[in-house]
Design a protein around this ligand. Structure first.
Ligand code: G6P
Length: 614
């Protein structure tokens, strides 16, 4: 993970770099640093443990002049969070400074080689090895920075997005990537560089996404040049990004997470726009139609994902199996990629990822592709690595998600999976017309129903106060509600650090029921559907053991309200769309518990939004 930013042009680099780091803090925030070539041609590196705001305090009295610089916000992999391990890293002579996102897997071998030549190291990072290697090559062969970077990267095994400054050449930034993302922004006589487009859009909407093993040469007064590791010039396409600044700011909300929870009705509308017709009688995901022969020929679908996206995948399995009658398996991408899975040309692999950069999901895609499977991506971040690696796919179009705990991306993923299952089912004729129409029409009503749910915010905030001091939570659901229970528990864990487990409601009696006592809050998704009576029995079992039941029920429910300690009444919908409703109060509950506990909701400890390491 880690976020990297760079600037070269006519403006002062420092404010641009700091603002950029703040936009990228979602990628990691255990230390931060900046390198600037000052107006006096000094290469100044400032770095601290902690967040970008701490870096700002640290540099308050320092020389922050310079129109060229690079900056980094870190999520530690090699070496604890500390000033020494923070980036940028100097080379031995302090002539070069380098920032890095990724992992140099063969760093130990390279380090030994350099140590045997007398190099010493100030940090325990893999990154310092790379900057020393570049300087060693540059000195030994008397070559320029670009050539030295090319040779060094040819020795490197692993993942990297890097940017390097050379004090003796203050007119150029060299940047390169492999497996970790990097975007170049092109302005008037200036270049920007970042892990994603969010630090750039304030200044220009013209960007180039670097491809694998490409090196960008950002030189003052010259157009962008991109070469590969063998110095062959690469064609590049300048794209226009459609992000606006409002999407990247809190817009009056105290946290990005709350803003993103509240955005969901609009996001889901955006996600459906142009896909459901105005009469509400049809839904079409164009990629499904374009590749329908290939998709319908598949013997099975396998969905790969991580984290919250994996929970969406579990709902996708039920949707596709229900509507399309195609067997679906759901796999953690990290397990799939190392399991030598049985996968081939009869399979369709769906990769779900908000960021489109998750290393394990990307590796799973590459593995499945190499074995002949057809790959369909469901992503949010436009132009990211996974959409570029897949054969086709659909964006969820929910806008940038900045809070580390995923909210609107989850409901966007579930919406796309619903539309995917419906489009494919109609092509396959595996769904009857009446059910198809009823589902499309109800899907179209979901944003308004979400708005109703959000009106419960104050009630849920009050409820959260009661449970702020709980040490454990259980979340239960069945059928379509089971993945929602997992997601509800994950949200609470991530941001409030309360231990929480999601379980299939009936499975509870095979273990977790042993944990139930008067102290144990149990959240049960008990909305009206075919399994209602069964879930009711599960609630009775908990109450018999004096657990505290918080039940999500359908408006007007009079049965569970008599048994549960607390009921949250939700608008009625059809079972397969219920996750789009029941997820919202669980997001709000997690949010308010974390706020009551005084936690950093948007940047929970140890987590990062985009996990670009395995
Ligand atoms: C991290 C994030 C989660 C996310 C997961 C998968 O763990 O903190 O919110 O669900 O990665 O990310 P992806 O971008 O692939 O959906």
């Amino acid at each position: 993970m880690c976020g990297i930013v760079g600037y070269i042009g006519k403006r002062n680099a420092y404010p641009i770099l700091i603002k950029g780091l703040k936009r990228l803090e979602y990628r990691g925030y255990d230390s931060a640093g900046v390198a600037l070539i000052s107006d006096q041609q000094a290469l100044n590196v400032y770095k601290t443990k902690g967040k970008v705001s701490e870096l700002e305090t640290f540099v308050a009295e320092k020389d922050i002049s310079g129109t060229i610089g690079i900056a980094h916000t870190r999520w530690a992999t090699h070496g604890e969070p500390s000033p020494a391990n923070a980036h940028p890293h100097y080379s031995s002579s302090a002539r070069l400074a380098l920032i890095h996102n990724g992992i140099i897997e063969n760093y130990a071998v390279l380090k030994e080689k350099l140590q045997s030549k007398g190099y010493t190291f100030k940090s325990s990072t893999d990154t310092e090895v790379l900057v020393q290697l570049i300087e060693y090559i540059q000195d030994k062969r008397n070559i320029d920075l670009l050539a030295a970077v090319q040779l060094a990267l040819r020795e490197v095994i692993g993942a990297y997005a890097i940017a390097v400054l050379d004090r003796d050449h203050p007119d150029v930034v060299i940047a390169a990537r492999k497996s970790s993302p990097l975007v170049v922004g092109i302005g008037e006589d200036e270049f920007f560089l970042a892990s994603d487009a969010t630090p750039i859009v304030e200044y220009t909407d013209k960007v180039v996404y670097l491809a694998e093993e490409e090196i960008a040469v950002l030189r003052r007064g010259e157009p962008l040049k991109i070469v590969n590791l063998h110095n062959v010039e690469c064609e590049h396409e300048i794209q226009t990004v459609a992000l606006n600044l409002g999407q990247l700011e809190k817009g009056g909300y105290p946290h990005f997470m709350l803003k993103e929870i509240y955005e969901q009705p609009d996001c889901i509308r955006d996600c459906m726009r142009g896909r459901i017709n105005v009469e509400n009688t049809n839904v079409v995901l164009s990629a499904i139609i374009d590749y329908k022969e290939r998709l319908l020929a598949a013997k099975r679908f396998v969905i790969v994902a991580c984290g919250t996206s994996w929970h969406a995948a579990l709902i996708g399995k039920q949707l596709i199996e229900t509507f399309c009658r195609i067997p679906v398996e759901v796999e953690y991408a990290s397990e799939f990629r190392y399991r030598d899975p049985v996968i081939g040309s009869n399979d369709v692999v769906i990769a779900i990822s908000q960021s489109g950069e998750t290393a394990d999901t990307l590796a799973a895609v590459e593995l499945a592709k190499s074995r002949g499977a057809f790959i369909y991506g469901i992503c949010n971040s436009v132009g990211s690595s996974i959409p570029r690696a897949t054969h086709t796919g659909s964006y969820i179009h929910v806008g940038p998600e900045i809070g580390v705990a995923s909210t609107k991306a989850f409901t966007g993923q579930v919406t796309v999976l619903t539309m995917l299952a419906l489009t494919l089912a109609r092509e396959k004729r595996s769904i009857d017309e009446e059910r198809f129409l009823a589902t499309v029409q109800e899907l179209n009503r979901i944003p308004d129903k979400m708005k109703e749910v959000l009106k419960l915010n104050d009630t849920i905030a009050e409820l959260a106060k009661i449970f702020t001091y709980a040490h454990n939570f259980i979340y239960l659901g069945r059928g379509f509600a089971y993945p929602v229970a997992l997601e509800g528990a994950l949200k609470l864990k991530e941001i409030s650090y309360i231990h929480a487990e999601g379980y299939p409601a009936a499975e509870m009696k095979h273990g977790p029921i042993a944990l139930v006592d008067t102290e144990m809050p149990v959240v049960v998704i008990a909305t009206r559907n075919d399994l209602y009576e069964k879930v009711l029995s599960n609630i009775q079992e908990i109450k018999a053991r004096k657990g505290k039941v918080i039940a999500l029920v359908t408006e007007g429910d009079t049965v569970i309200s008599k048994i549960a300690d607390t009921c949250i009444e939700l608008p009625e919908t059809i079972e397969c769309l219920d996750p789009l409703i029941t997820t919202l109060p669980l997001q709000l509950l997690a949010y308010h518990v974390a706020v009551c506990k005084g936690m950093n909701v948007d940047q929970p400890r140890n987590l990062a939004k985009s996990v670009t390491v395995e």
